[in-house]
Design a protein around this ligand. Structure first.
Ligand SMILES: *Cc1c(COP(=O)(O)O)cnc(C)c1O
Length: 406
């Protein structure tokens, strides 16, 4: 056995989170490093979904909206996610997709900023943003009469002006895996009198976010990556307590109403984050997510412990890549795009590789599932709840073999 393989086995044996892997449907013969795109299926989900379909829908039917707690589920599930984000109860609602929530949050944020000062008419967005945020920010800016400025996340603090309304930033860059300075950028945005809006898709469930601690105004994030809620599971929207009374969603539906069953012609918003709801929740996906969150009730699944393991896994993977691919790293054909600094690294390693698309398929053929982002980036996502150190070692070794350097 190679020394790296031995080291991996020792690390797995000493890992306090290792038993949590049994809570997931994972295949020991395959290395799954794509949990940052679609988290693995938690074992708690299939039986619960069968019950929701068979009993709650099948037998109770309409009664389940009250008797099975369907109506309150967006808030209840939001309150289960909030502690992972460092947010208070009542601030986080689960509804719609991240894309739709970006729209609500940009428009709602501009309205809050304009209420302070109507001259605030500029939205900032980081230039390497996940595309959907950029497209929607553009449209939301147009609809609210704002200009959109696109710039590197690190330049946002210096680019703020008295006209800035909202700064929309991805907490972890989906391509490079770079973790942005949320405390620093948020503080600068706040000092400039503007509102911060963070996209937490690649950090929620992977590392401590500290929304309340750092004074974040608004946030959105998806639940099918590190929260393992399933394909298309509904996303969350966070509205800081200080903004809840004045937050005005651009999509006020009957579910956003204070008294939805009053069927009143005039709109009166619900209290708090609940007004971020729009229409009837997608109960099957929402309750699959609810069951998926059960793993976080385990005492071991503490977000700081998750972060510690995530950094150990990515450190170890980078170490294995160096050991197994010295030539490719030396000649520059393979390059690590993810910052080495722990405080700038998310839970993935992005490697620039030759023929990345074909290489992804070749790795999959060899039992290592990763993904590709154009033009030439391979993403290796590490989900501490179920990824083993042995997976990191095998992925690096398989990459070396696929590139002919083993
Ligand atoms: C995955 C991801 C999304 C996905 O948005 P959907 O509306 O769920 O398709 C949005 N933003 C970021 C940063 C992402 O990584």
């Amino acid at each position: 056995m190679s020394s790296l393989r031995t080291a991996a086995t020792a690390k797995d044996a000493a890992d306090p989170l290792a038993p949590l892997r049994d809570r997931f449907h994972v295949d020991d013969g395959e290395v799954y490093l794509d949990g940052n795109s679609l988290g693995a299926l938690p074992r708690s989900v299939p039986d619960r979904l069968a019950e929701v379909v068979g009993h709650e829908w099948g037998r109770l039917r309409i009664r389940s909206w009250t008797e099975s707690g369907w109506w309150e589920a967006p808030q209840r599930v939001g309150d289960r996610i909030a502690p992972l984000l460092g947010a208070a109860p009542g601030t986080t609602v689960v509804a719609d997709s991240t894309s739709v929530n970006v729209f609500k949050a940009v428009v709602g944020g501009v309205r809050l900023a304009a209420a302070r000062d109507p001259r605030r008419n500029e939205v900032l967005v980081d230039e390497s943003t996940f595309p959907t945020d950029g497209y929607i920010a553009q449209s939301a800016a147009e609809l609210t009469g704002c200009a959109l400025r696109v710039l590197p996340a690190g330049e946002i603090p210096d680019a703020l002006t008295p006209r800035t309304a909202v700064a929309l930033v991805n907490h972890v860059d989906y391509r490079s895996g770079e973790l942005r300075d949320l405390p620093g950028i948020t503080a600068a945005v706040r000092a400039a009198g503007a509102l911060s809006l963070w996209d937490l898709c690649h950090s929620g469930g992977a590392l401590p976010v500290g929304l309340a601690e750092h004074g974040v105004d608004l946030a959105v994030g998806c639940t099918y990556k590190y929260l393992n809620g399933g394909p298309g599971a509904p996303a969350y929207l966070y509205v800081a307590p200080e903004h809840q009374a004045d937050f005005r969603s651009p999509l006020p539906g009957w579910n956003s109403h204070r008294d939805p069953f009053g069927m009143a012609p005039e709109f009166t918003p619900a209290e708090g984050a609940l007004r971020g709801r729009v229409g009837t929740p997608d109960i099957l996906s929402l309750l699959a997510l609810d069951a998926a969150l059960d793993v976080w009730d385990e005492p071991a699944a503490e977000i700081t412990a998750i972060r510690e393991k995530s950094l150990a896994l990515t450190d170890f993977f980078v170490h294995c890549v160096r050991e197994y691919l010295p030539k490719a790293l030396a000649d520059g054909s393979v390059r690590n795009l993810t910052p080495e600094r722990h405080d700038r690294r998310g839970s993935q390693i992005a490697l620039r590789c030759p023929d990345a698309l074909a290489l992804t398929a070749e790795l999959q053929r060899r039992g290592v599932v990763v993904d590709h982002r154009p033009p030439d980036v391979l993403r290796f996502g590490f989900t501490p709840l179920y990824t083993r150190f042995a997976d990191a070692e095998r992925a690096a070794k398989t990459l070396a073999e696929a590139l002919g350097e083993a």
